[in-house]
Write a protein that binds this ligand. Structure first.
Ligand SMILES: [Zn+2]
Ligand SMILES: [Zn+2]
Length: 382
C-alpha cells in the first residue's frame, strides 16, 4: 500500500523539519509542499486563501463520495535544541508537535494517489496552516474549493507519544477536548501610591476573579462533567512603587469534553467579571483567544479507520475517555462526518511541545498506509 519509498518520506520530513515556521507564517513550507506535489504530478493543486494553505485534489473517473484528509503545517515558538542534522533554520521556532511528520505522510499519500488514483469520487488533501492557534481549520473550511464538493468523510491523524510506535489510538465520540483562552481586562484609574483613594485600583478585583475562576470547575459542574479552568496569567498596573494601578488583567484557559459545558463556564466568567467590576467601580472587557471546538469522532468514520487497521494488522488502542488536549480538527468534525486518530510515536519519547520532541521517522510508512487504506475502502482503487 505504501507506494513511496521510506527513505523519500524521511528526507521529506527532515526538509520540512528544517523549514519550521510558526502559525500563519508557513510560506516556505507551503512552497516546498507545492513544489513536491508538482514534482509528483498531482493533477490539481489549489492555494489556500492566505497563500500558505494548500489543497491537492484527485478525482476518480466515476461519481462517488468525497473524502478529505487533513495535515497541519505549523511549528511552535520553541527554540531547536540538540544537534539534529536537519535542525530548524528559523531561530526560536521548531517542529515540536510533529506536524513535519504529518506533512511528510500526506505527501506520501499524494504520491500513492498519483500512482493509483481513486476509482470513484474525489480525494482532497488539505494542508492546513495555523493549527496551534485554532485558526487554520476555520480558514480552510471557508475556502471556495469546498463549495465544489460535498464532503462525505474527513480524517486526520496526530502523532501521539506514550503509545507504542505505530499503534492506532481511536475512539467514537469526543476524542479531544474543547478549549478556549479568555482574558478579562479591568480598567480603573491610576493615582499616587500615597493616595489610592483618589484612583480606582483593580487589584482586589483581579484577586477576586482569580479565586472565582479557581473554584469554577468545583462549583459550577456536576460530578460526571469534565471541565477545567486554569488561570494562566494575571497582572495589575506597572512595576512602579509610587503608583496605585489603574488597570489589571486575568487570563485563563477553559477545557471541557463538551462544547455546551464550555459555553456555560464562559458565561459564568462573563457574569463574575461584570459583578466584580461593578463592585469595584471598574469597567471591563473580555476577549476570547485560541478557541477550539471539541473533536467528536463519527462512528462510521471510525469504522473505516478500524477496518484499515485490521486489514494492515495495525495494533489498535481505545483510550476509553477523551484526551484533555485540543485540536482544531474539531471544526472539521463539526462540519463533516469525520474522525481524528492518534498514531503512537513511542512510549519512552518526550511529550509533544517539549523542546526535545522529534517526530519518529519509523512511523511515516504506517501513516501513509493507513490513510491510503481508509481512502481506498471509500473510493476504491488499489
Ligand atoms: Zn501542538
Ligand atoms: Zn499538533
Amino acid at each position: 500500500m505504501t507506494s513511496v519509498d521510506k527513505d523519500i518520506l524521511v528526507n521529506l520530513r527532515h526538509t520540512l523539519h528544517s523549514l519550521a515556521e510558526e502559525s500563519s507564517m508557513e510560506r516556505r513550507t507551503g512552497e516546498f509542499l507545492r513544489g513536491t506535489l508538482e514534482s509528483f504530478g498531482v493533477p490539481r493543486i489549489v492555494s489556500g486563501e492566505e497563500g500558505n494553505g494548500l489543497w491537492a485534489v484527485f478525482a476518480g473517473r466515476e461519481q462517488g463520495p468525497t473524502v478529505l484528509l487533513r495535515s497541519d503545517m505549523d511549528a511552535l515558538p520553541i527554540a531547536e535544541t540538540g544537534d539534529l542534522e536537519y535542525a530548524s533554520l528559523t531561530p526560536g521556532v521548531s517542529h515540536r508537535c510533529g506536524h513535519d511528520g504529518h506533512m511528510a505522510i500526506m505527501l506520501g499519500v499524494a504520491n500513492g494517489l498519483v500512482k493509483n488514483p481513486p476509482l470513484c469520487g474525489t480525494v482532497i488533501l488539505m494542508f492546513q496552516p495555523s493549527e496551534e492557534t485554532g485558526q487554520g481549520a476555520l480558514q480552510m473550511l471557508s475556502h471556495d474549493l469546498l463549495r465544489e464538493f460535498s464532503v462525505d468523510y474527513a480524517f486526520a491523524l496526530h502523532n501521539l507519544p506514550g503509545y507504542p510506535e505505530g499503534t492506532v489510538v481511536v475512539d467514537e465520540g469526543t476524542f479531544a477536548s474543547a478549549s478556549e483562552g479568555i482574558s478579562v481586562v479591568f480598567q480603573g484609574k491610576t493615582s499616587h501610591a500615597s493616595e489610592p483613594h483618589l484612583g480606582v485600583s483593580p487589584a482586589s478585583a483581579v484577586a477576586q476573579l482569580i479565586l472565582a475562576i479557581n473554584g469554577l470547575a468545583q462549583l459550577e459542574t456536576g460530578l460526571d462533567d469534565h471541565a477545567r479552568a486554569t488561570v494562566i496569567h494575571a497582572r495589575v498596573g506597572e512595576e512602579a512603587f509610587g503608583t496605585s494601578p489603574g488597570w489589571g488583567v486575568v487570563m485563563a484557559t477553559l477545557r471541557s469534553y463538551d462544547t455546551l459545558l464550555m459555553a456555560k463556564l464562559e458565561q459564568r466568567i462573563r457574569e463574575l467579571a461584570m459583578h466584580i467590576a461593578a463592585a469595584n467601580r471598574l469597567t471591563y472587557n473580555i476577549a476570547l483567544h485560541e478557541v477550539f471546538a471539541a473533536t467528536v469522532n463519527d462512528s462510521s468514520a471510525v469504522s473505516y479507520i478500524l477496518a484499515a487497521c485490521e486489514k494492515q494488522g495495525a495494533p489498535v488502542t481505545v483510550p476509553g475517555k477523551p484526551f484533555p488536549w485540543s485540536e482544531d480538527f474539531g471544526y472539521i468534525t463539526d462540519a463533516y462526518a469525520g474522525a481524528l486518530f492518534g498514531l503512537g510515536s513511542g512510549e519512552g519519547c518526550h511529550p509533544l511541545h517539549s523542546d526535545r520532541y522529534d517526530f519518529p521517522d519509523g512511523i511515516l510508512p504506517a501513516g501513509v498506509s493507513l490513510f491510503l487504506g481508509i481512502v481506498r475502502s471509500i473510493t476504491g482503487g488499489m
